[in-house]
Design a protein around this ligand. Structure first.
Ligand SMILES: *Cc1c(COP(=O)(O)O)cnc(C)c1O
Length: 360
């Protein structure tokens, strides 16, 4: 069997061209006579790889000079602690909007380090919506305001950011990284695990404004200080070198395909195809509130656990993989990240139409 369409929420689909290039360079990276996996992270070849990756990311996102780009390890979950350790330092307080499992976890972790406050939550609606950001009263003394911009499990996206004035906005963008153009200056810190929309598991990217780092809470371990990595160009210790190399290839793939504007257009086209069908279907129903829908993760249900299971099993037989929903929502979830081709979504919708007919 050849390649299937992979709707996994993460680790997730990568561009086929990127995988093919990495495969071609596996035994001999550009005349080095060895794989990127085998080379010193202090070598000239790897220096070229990490510096090019950072520059390409800066170009794609238009990252201002006063922001540092860090390639870290530990997954997005380690940032749940690193953010308060490094940023919750002046007032020892921060405002959290809880719009799903990931922001809830981040909120809980932050309580270990200071006065983390939940200023709005959508848990009452099983996280099917994003709280109204204009109705929130943020604290004047917060060190930052925290959001999870795209809640991977519930399929919701902030279509409007909270206005936090001088208080820096911190956003977990793990599942919407590079899915659309972004104004980095709207944020104090943006971060995400690479394994959703960028590259292999093992790399976490943090983009942080200069003035927010350098004075972490007393006792913060060296490896958990942003300034440690900022001062050393992400080479304080051995970085996730091969993962950074693949991320760099994805950045080049995005640049070669028109950058983030063009990527957003492709993403919207894919999402529209799926949502339009869901809205017209008598069998399937999207679970997230319409105004807050994600263009990356699309959860849906039939209303019957039995039919859901049948759908997932039959979809797999025709090469539509990993479409089972997260255990906390049930049903199905199609993650349609940057690298998911339009044809994959089209095949999914055609299969859903056929399934609906057969199971009416
Ligand atoms: C997957 C995910 C995480 C957790 O990522 P890890 O790298 O596994 O720690 C955090 N936030 C969001 C939004 C995610 O989708």
């Amino acid at each position: 069997m050849g390649r299937i369409y992979n709707f996994s929420a993460g680790p997730a689909v990568l561009p086929e061209e990127v995988l093919a290039e990495a495969a071609a360079e596996m035994l001999d990276y550009q005349g080095c006579g060895m794989s990127v996996m085998e080379m010193s992270h202090r070598s000239a070849a790897f220096k070229g790889i990490i510096e090019t990756a950072e520059q390409d990311l800066r170009d794609l996102m238009g990252i201002p000079d006063n922001y540092r780009v860090l390639f870290l390890q530990g997954g997005a979950s380690t940032q749940f602690a690193m953010i308060p350790m490094n940023l919750m330092t002046k007032h020892k307080a921060a405002d959290y909007i809880v719009s799903g499992s990931w922001s809830k976890k981040a909120f809980k972790e932050a309580q270990l380090f200071g006065d983390a406050r939940c200023v709005a939550s959508s848990e009452d609606g099983n996280f099917s919506y994003v709280p109204d950001v204009d109705a929130i009263e943020f604290s004047a003394d917060a060190d930052y305001v925290y959001i999870c911009q795209n809640e991977t499990i519930y399929g919701t996206l902030y279509h409007k950011l909270p206005e936090t004035g001088d208080v820096p906005l911190v956003a977990d963008v793990s599942s919407c990284f590079l899915s659309a153009p972004v104004n980095v200056a709207d944020y104090g810190l943006i971060y995400g695990g690479a394994q959703k929309n960028i590259g292999p598991a093992g790399v976490t990217i943090v983009i942080v404004r200069d003035d927010l780092i350098g004075e972490p809470l007393p006792g913060t371990p060296t490896m958990l200080r942003y300034d440690t990595h900022a001062k050393n160009g992400s080479l304080y210790n051995t970085p996730p070198a091969y993962g950074i190399y693949v991320c760099g290839k994805v950045f080049q793939w995005l640049k070669a395909n028109g950058g983030l504007e063009a990527q957003l257009e492709r993403n919207e086209k894919k999402a529209k195809l799926l949502y339009d069908y869901l809205d017209s279907s008598k069998l399937f129903k999207a679970t997230a509130r319409k105004e807050d829908r994600s263009i990356m993760n699309v959860p849906f249900v039939t209303g019957s656990d039995e039919l859901d299971a049948k759908f997932v099993a039959e979809a797999k037989l025709v090469g539509l993989e990993s479409i089972k929903g997260h255990r906390s929502v049930g049903g199905m979830r199609a993650s349609i990240y940057n690298a998911m081709p339009y044809e994959g979504v089209k095949k999914l919708v055609e299969f859903m139409e056929q399934f609906e007919k057969e199971n009416a």
